[in-house]
Design a binder for this molecule. Structure first.
Ligand SMILES: Cc1cc2nc3c(=O)[nH]c(=O)nc-3n(C[C@H](O)[C@H](O)[C@H](O)COP(=O)(O)O)c2cc1C
Length: 206
């Protein structure tokens, strides 16, 4: 194991609860893989450019992969191809994923490049690898206290599957707007769940 790619989609950046937990997971991985490299893409601090007419045209016509129009897309896809583990820390925004993460998806989920499309449907072209998704939310959308729908999980699962990524684990940090005690409880629960994952076995519960 050499490289972890961390996609942080929270506008809270480095102080987001999802990002903090991702950093804990990383240090537990470093106990076993001291040379581990972290490649971090902070979609809030460094927003991706919006998709323009030229890019949309290139995507639906026969355009070479090395065309300058694909530079951003190619850079993001290469980051994905190089990583051994993908960590995504994302908040829920209005029942689904934030616009910043959707834009990242629009650059990496690219026909003929990261998936093929034929009579059998869309088939991912990336090598499978472990993907951990930390979903933070102000309220509850899973379990007994669920009071809203979750369109994030099924959508992101479909996107990752279409890239060829099937080794997926979702962990939820819920109720983050209900004060310090609620935050502590959801973090402890998430740490407990993650510490039973083979990848994060040495995770130390705080
Ligand atoms: C635009 C916006 C929309 C949000 N929509 C939801 C929502 O639909 N459901 C929910 O539980 N929380 C919602 N929240 C709260 C965030 O999910 C919560 O503040 C965030 O996940 C905190 O996590 P973080 O510290 O990792 O950034 C929303 C927040 C913002 C800014």
């Amino acid at each position: 194991m050499n490289t972890v790619l961390l996609i942080n989609a929270s506008p809270h950046g480095q102080v987001s609860q999802g990002h903090r937990l991702a950093m804990e997971l990383l240090s537990s991985l470093r106990q076993r893989y001291p040379q581990l490299e972290l490649v971090e893409r902070d979609l809030g601090a460094q927003p991706l450019p919006p998709l323009g007419l030229d890019y949309a045209h290139a995507l639906t016509t026969a355009t070479p992969f090395d065309a300058p129009l694909f530079e951003v897309s190619e850079g993001l896809i290469r980051e994905l191809e190089r990583c051994d583990v993908l960590l995504i820390a994302t908040p829920m925004h209005n029942f689904t994923l934030p616009a910043a993460l959707k834009l990242w998806i629009d650059y990496v989920l690219r026909i003929h490049r990261t998936f093929s499309s034929g009579p059998e449907g869309k088939v991912g072209l990336l090598k499978d690898r472990p993907v951990h998704v930390l979903v933070s939310s102000g309220g509850f959308h899973q379990g007994e206290r669920a009071a809203q729908p979750d369109f994030l999980t099924p959508y992101l699962r479909q996107v990752l599957n279409t890239l060829g990524l099937f080794d997926l684990q979702f962990t939820y940090l819920q109720g983050l707007v209900f004060g310090d005690e609620a935050v502590r409880a959801t973090l402890d629960e998430a740490r407990g769940a993650l510490s039973s994952q083979p990848l994060f076995t040495p995770l130390v519960c705080a």
